[in-house]
Write a protein that binds this ligand. Sequence first.
Ligand code: ZN
Length: 252
Amino acid sequence: MTGDVPDPLPGWLSGAGRLTVLTGAGISTDSGIPDYRGPDGVWTRDPDAEKLVTLSYYVADPEIRRKAWRMRADLRAGDVTPNAGHRALVDLERQGRLRALLTQNVDGLHQAAGSSPERVLELHGTVHAVACLSCGDRTSMDSAMGRIDAGDPDPACLVCGGILKSATVSFGQALDGAVLDAAAGAAADCDVFLAVGTSLVVYPVAGLVEIAAAHGARVVVVNAEPTPYDGLADLVVREPISTALPRLVARA
Ligand SMILES: [Zn+2]
């Protein structure tokens, strides 16, 4: 079924006790964070922007690093707050029905909305921390921003002098194996797998849908554009996320 959220909800959805949710950029666009691949996406409008999040360029070119830090500092000025979509998933957790919240987003808005940090698996890392590419030392983004503000355009690791980068997964960088394992476990262990605002084209994350379906979960896709998994889904919703999610998590 494809369209708006059905009213009433199908019984397998309103009665589901264990939902695993996967979110992508689409849930944060209503908070003013642009997505990457959509019609107004960052990479669609400026292909060079992709260099800033590609590990080989970042490591090889100090100017790319300076630009990445400058962009991070500029973004910080923006007022970014969670929206109704994020809050609906907090409600789902309060209902005791959230198995896990897997996200491709690095913005921390699920936790800001009130989702328990231990339920959120950040598959692509977070912009709220920085990590050294040599020794792995982690510090807060705030401390890095303090050094930027003090005039260091490309702050180095204070432990070993290595290159620092936001603790996000860049192109050419592997996902955290433990996080991915936990995500696969949550996909295999749910009644309903709900994929929200993700184009489901980036592996291995997109494969989580296959894992869920293979273990018998119903699959719901909420996305403005078609995804490769629409044919496998039991329900496909095209309605905007910030109105669709509150309706999807409401109980019949
Ligand atoms: Zn280091």
